[in-house]
Design a protein around this ligand. Structure first.
Ligand SMILES: [Zn+2]
Length: 419
């Protein structure tokens, strides 16, 4: 699997899990969140948990005490399965979650291997799970460098999501266009050119220094009032790696941070375009196969699953906004199994209706929900087993919306034409 699509799947999965965990609330202060950094020794964490278990014996409420101690025990049991933390560390959430009012709590445990390293060890017992460090990992990470330059000053900034950070400001020290009396015009012009050259060089070197280590730098936008920015871009002042990343040169009315803000508001489309370009291209490729009837584009749950099972899917495209459950039902009387695809939101109603639905085989009203799977998750699992690439597509582009609305959120491109 390519790094990008593996990444989109990992992020999607973590996002879904976090949404699910965020909705959970304890009856009292009794849900445990444990973050273990990769270098932490498991036996040290176990010792810490034993201590917390001891401390919990002081909890006044009998139910809370029992629930907290049980959660600590469960957490230790899961932790014991590891000789050492995985490469990015380990996160465990554990606690008694009420199903339907007091007294209906059931112990739930979640063990997560984060996509990025955990930096800080922490143990917390609260009425909710602490998800912030993981939330941070699924946040928008793409960064754009911005340089605003004219002949008197320059600024280098980084824009990430809604956030703008000015990294450094410079002034050129170059005198205005008008020479002082007594100076020779040619000499003045030469000096000015030389000074401009030095200034561009300085800005070029600093821009590289400032942006070289910026994580996830997707592109660079250069702006400023007047023609100076073009001289800067066209000359040999920027490192070639940065030059390759230039997305646009933009006219601004201002320099300084006001100029940066102008660029940000004028370049939203440019940045969005870069972020979602890959998604657009993948869906466009699928649309091409469909439009040209090459036989390589397939869509819909039934079709896609069939080709996944035979291992001919090259790329599986799934809409991030698809919320379907695959429900497996079973008959208590004769053991017959059935399955159905339903929107997540109608699960409760489905389960209620099921009680009065007769079994297709023996006609007894004895059907129950045996298992449920998030359809997206199920298809990703299947694709990974078969070595297919997977991309989870947002609805931020027209193509992404089309995938969701016109193709049911499930499409695939095949390796070769198959029957
Ligand atoms: Zn039956």
């Amino acid at each position: 699997m390519s790094a990008t699509s593996a990444n989109s799947v990992a992020r999607f999965r973590l996002k879904r899990t976090l949404e699910m965990l965020a909705a959970k609330e304890g009856r009292g202060t009794e849900l445990i969140s444990l973050y273990v950094p990769p270098e932490r020794k498991i036996h040290e964490v176990m010792a810490n948990l034993r201590e917390e278990y001891g401390t919990a014996s002081n909890i006044k409420s009998r139910t809370t005490r029992k629930n907290v101690q049980e959660a600590i025990e469960k957490t230790s049991q899961r932790l014991k399965l590891f000789k050492e933390p995985p490469k990015n560390g380990l996160v465990i959430f554990c606690g008694a979650i009420p199903r339907d009012g007091p007294g209906t709590e059931r112990m739930e445990t979640y063990v997560l291997e984060p996509p990025e390293p955990i930096n800080v060890y922490f143990y917390r017992c609260d009425a909710r799970f602490h998800l912030e460090p993981l939330m941070e990992m699924v946040r928008e990470r793409d960064a754009y460098g911005v340089v605003v330059i004219d002949s008197s000053d320059a600024i280098v900034a980084v824009v990430r999501g809604q956030r703008m950070d000015v990294l450094q400001e410079f002034s050129s020290g170059i005198p205005g266009k008008h020479r002082a009396g007594g100076q020779s015009a040619r000499r003045f012009e030469r000096m000015r050119e030389q000074a401009m050259n030095d200034y561009f060089r300085r800005i070029g070197a600093h821009t590289y220094e400032l942006l070289a280590n910026e994580q996830g730098l997707k592109g660079l936008i250069i702006g400023g009032p007047g023609p100076t920015k073009h001289d800067f871009v066209e000359g040999d002042y920027l490192n070639y790696m940065l030059k390759e990343k230039i997305l646009a040169t933009v006219d601004t009315s201002y320099t300084g941070d006001q100029g940066v803000e102008e660029i940000v508001s004028k370049s939203q489309d440019v940045m969005r375009g870069v972020r979602y370009l890959e998604e657009k291209q993948m869906v466009q490729k699928f649309l091409y196969e469909i439009g040209h009837e090459t036989g390589l584009g397939v869509y819909g749950e039934t079709q896609v699953r069939k080709y996944l099972n035979t291992g001919v899917v090259d790329l599986l495209l799934l809409s991030e906004k698809m919320n379907m459950l695959h429900v497996y039902t079973k008959c208590k009387n004769c053991g017959a199994v059935e399955d159905a695809l339903i929107p997540q939101a109608s699960f409760v109603k489905f389960e209620q209706d099921l009680m009065s639905t007769p079994c297709k085989k023996c006609n007894a009203a004895a059907m129950y929900v045996d298992d449920t799977k998030d359809l997206v998750d199920e298809l990703i699992d299947l694709a990974e087993k078969q070595g297919a690439n997977v991309a989870v597509i947002s609805t931020e582009t027209d193509e992404g919306v089309m995938l969701k609305d016109s193709f049911g959120g499930i499409a695939a491109i095949l390796r070769y034409k198959a029957s």
